[in-house]
Design a protein around this ligand. Structure first.
Ligand SMILES: [Zn+2]
Length: 275
């Protein structure tokens, strides 16, 4: 089979490859947040899911690449392993936060039930002091309500941000695996260049300044496989992708090359007649 002249990883494979990664991690996250499992169990179970996803993705990527007559990845390459380590570190932070939210809830429940207990006891107060006690109860109830509202608000904030972070973790992780794989696949298959592809049509807000700069960086968006290349994705929901170029792309004349040519022409024109 002849090799292609350029290669992009299909978007539908990326989407399908995501599988149930996010729902599975969300399930563990909410179990920690509800106190059903411990922080340690949450970290361990999540790490296992991340590793399984990683292995599965490596197989899917290889199946695609080998169909094109190219050499795939082993999954043990440093850039790829880094993506896994990065995801595990992000996951650990999320679980710690989920566990803190659970602790906060426990403390809150403790405080509220303690207040309720005090109220019950106060009702036993003897007749002459009844009015005073009632006043106290009203005051206490007001404070209890305030506390409840504060706790509710704090929890809502945490619970809202944690699931979002799980989502962005899964997206970034999956994109890193794919794009870091391409970074390995390109040189192993003797490709010369990689091109940063922007997809303005795929986002409502348009590409971010960093992505735009990267798409114009290197040599007009083309990066030699031996060069330092920016990390992809740049941010969650980044839709940029690498395109592998096996041949020499038509780059036009490079600015540096052009200035050397101009300088040569200039020197040629004004070459001293007598040396
Ligand atoms: Zn981007």
């Amino acid at each position: 089979m002849s090799s292609p002249s350029r290669l992009r990883y299909p978007q539908d494979l990326i989407k399908r490859g995501m599988g149930a990664l996010s729902p599975n991690l969300q399930r563990i996250r909410s179990q920690v947040q509800n106190g059903a499992i411990s922080k340690e169990e949450g970290i361990e179970q999540g790490n296992r899911i991340l590793e399984e996803h990683y292995e599965k993705q490596v197989v899917i990527i290889n199946k695609f690449v080998e169909k094109k007559g190219l050499i795939g990845i082993t999954g043990r390459e440093t850039v790829l392993k880094e993506a896994l380590e990065e995801a595990k570190a992000a996951w650990k932070e999320i679980i710690i936060e989920a566990s803190e939210a659970w602790k906060l809830k426990q403390v809150a429940i403790g405080v509220i039930s303690f207040t309720a207990l005090t109220l019950v006891e106060q009702k036993k107060i003897v007749e002459p002091r009844k009015l005073e006690a009632l006043k106290k109860i009203v005051e206490q109830k007001k404070r209890e309500k305030e506390l409840e509202t504060l706790i509710e608000e704090a929890l809502k904030k945490t619970q809202k941000s944690i699931p979002q972070r799980v989502d962005s973790l899964t997206q970034v992780f999956n994109h890193r695996i794919v794009n870091n794989s391409l970074k390995v696949i390109a040189p192993t298959n003797n490709a010369k260049w990689m091109k940063w592809i922007l997809h303005p049509e795929r986002s409502k807000t348009g590409p971010c300044p960093i992505c735009t700069a990267n798409a114009a960086g290197g040599r007009n968006g083309y990066y030699r496989v031996t060069w330092f290349t920016p990390m992809m994705p740049v941010h969650p929901h980044c839709v940029c992708e690498w395109e592998i170029w096996f041949g020499e792309p038509d780059l036009g004349i490079d600015e540096v090359e052009r200035s050397i040519l101009l300088l040569n022409a200039h020197q040629a024109r004004y070459r001293p007649l007598i040396r």
